[in-house]
Design a protein around this ligand. Structure first.
Ligand code: NDP
Ligand code: 8X3
Length: 258
């Protein structure tokens, strides 16, 4: 893990869950961090904890909605000089909204999920990639999902967005093969974060049921895969890691916990 020391890492969705855990693990191994999300107050807390984990790193916070392509371009162009050469991009920001059958989705749900998980990821990647190409190096790590490998009832919009993440990852890897820029997809299964609270519009009782009676992972488990992928030797690239909770078979099938 030590070779991520002094790398500049931009994380989207660093204000909670998997992105927050990634920030702490990269901090521990000496990476400099650009932390982005919409909730600035939460980012400040993450920044303070990163600084306490490792006082030798630089941490730069930026309030960012990944759906806003202009503010992404502005951020990348206005980074302080010592943070401007991004070595590793973790495209983590994302969400699901509801578990509706296709005919019950609202246009707002469809737009928000696709705009964030697909278009947002493309906007951020485009903004960061040109610098990586100029420097002839870089690593883009996309957070996909087990939901990007098979659909399930009520998953149409979210699954479509995560299938898209897989497609973007594969296309980008082919496009950057000669640069060489590394491209990785980390596809988690069931992880307890704020994901289900957001998905069920703040209904914490319903969200808690997602994790009841089965094993589930933590954001820290997924961060280990991200930092593992980020720290491999130059001669190899982790193309994808699917990481499931013990007993998990698919997005919706998880064996009861003994
Ligand atoms: P959380 O809800 O805990 O974190 C989601 C993060 O995304 C937050 O930091 C949030 O920040 C950010 N975010 C959401 N919308 C936007 C936006 N428009 N612009 C910028 N940031 C945004 O959930 P997770 O940590 O679980 O989710 C992280 C990723 O992992 C997502 O892509 C999710 O799809 C994926 N994933 C999650 C799994 C799980 O079971 N939890 C399993 C598989 C994949 P803020 O609200 O402050 O903007
Ligand atoms: C995370 C959640 O339930 O769709 O991606 O697999 S799920």
């Amino acid at each position: 893990f030590e070779c991520v020391k002094d790398k500049v890492v931009l994380i989207t969705g660093a204000s909670s869950g998997i992105g927050e855990s990634c920030a702490y693990l990269f901090a521990r191994f000496g990476s400099h961090l650009i932390l982005t999300a919409r909730r600035k107050d939460r980012l400040e807390k993450v920044k303070a904890k990163c600084a306490s984990i490792n006082p030798d790193i630089r941490v730069y916070n930026a309030e960012l909605d990944v759906r806003d392509s202009e503010s992404i371009d502005r951020l990348v162009e206005s980074l302080p000089q010592d943070m401007a050469s991004i070595d590793i991009l973790v495209n983590n920001a994302g969400l699901a909204l509801g578990m509706n059958h296709v005919e019950d989705n609202t246009n707002e749900i469809i737009d928000t999920v696709i705009d964030t998980n697909v278009k947002g990821l493309l906007y951020v990647t485009r903004a960061v990639l040109s610098g990586m190409k100029k420097r002839g190096k870089g690593h883009i790590i996309n957070i996909g999902s087990i939901a990007g490998q098979s659909g399930y009832p009520g998953g149409s919009v979210y699954c479509a967005s995560k299938f898209a993440v897989r497609a973007i990852t594969e296309s980008l890897r082919a496009e950057t093969a000669n640069v060489p820029i590394k491209v990785t997809e980390i596809a988690p299964g069931k992880v307890e974060t704020e994901f289900s609270i957001i998905r069920f519009h703040g209904d914490t009782t319903r969200a808690a049921k997602v994790y009841e009676g089965t094993e589930y992972m933590t954001g820290d488990d997924i961060a280990e895969s991200v930092v593992f992928a980020a720290s491999r030797h130059e001669r190899c690239v982790v193309s994808d890691i699917t990481m499931l909770a013990t007993g998990q078979v698919s997005a919706t099938v998880v064996a009861p916990k003994k």
